[in-house]
Design a protein around this ligand. Structure first.
Ligand SMILES: [Zn+2]
Ligand SMILES: [Zn+2]
Length: 117
């Protein structure tokens, strides 16, 4: 904060500045400082611009997050589908080995070959 000791408010020459604008870097006195949720600023346009930038960065982050979670759920759906297929084939092979079902024999043969039973 040593740089602020010599700094003057941009709106009040001669008056010591108490903070620096997060957006443009201009120094302002306590009276002129505009405090927003994203930091301290010299003017409303600077505050708005900074908030817009922060919001944009956040939305990009959110989009990336939702994209990766969507990809993950597709992967999970595919995995569960493969598991279901495996169970169906295993059951078909089991049934086929106990009872002789003509229309299943082709599937059973393939399934047994895959499962190695
Ligand atoms: Zn500013
Ligand atoms: Zn001022």
């Amino acid at each position: 904060m040593t740089s602020l000791d010599q700094a003057e408010c941009v709106y009040h020459p001669g008056k010591a500045a108490t903070s620096k604008c997060k957006q443009c870097g201009q120094t302002t006195c306590h009276q002129c400082t505009i405090t927003g949720p994203t930091g301290k600023f010299c003017s409303t346009p600077c505050r708005t611009a900074n908030e817009a930038r922060v919001m944009q960065a956040k939305s990009v982050q959110d989009r990336a997050l939702s994209r990766s979670s969507a990809r993950f759920s597709i992967l999970r759906r595919t995995a569960s589908k493969l598991f279901l297929l495996f169970v169906v084939l295993a059951v078909a092979a089991l049934i086929g080995s106990i009872f002789y079902i003509p229309y299943l024999s082709e599937i059973v043969f393939t399934a047994r070959e895959i499962l190695g039973i």
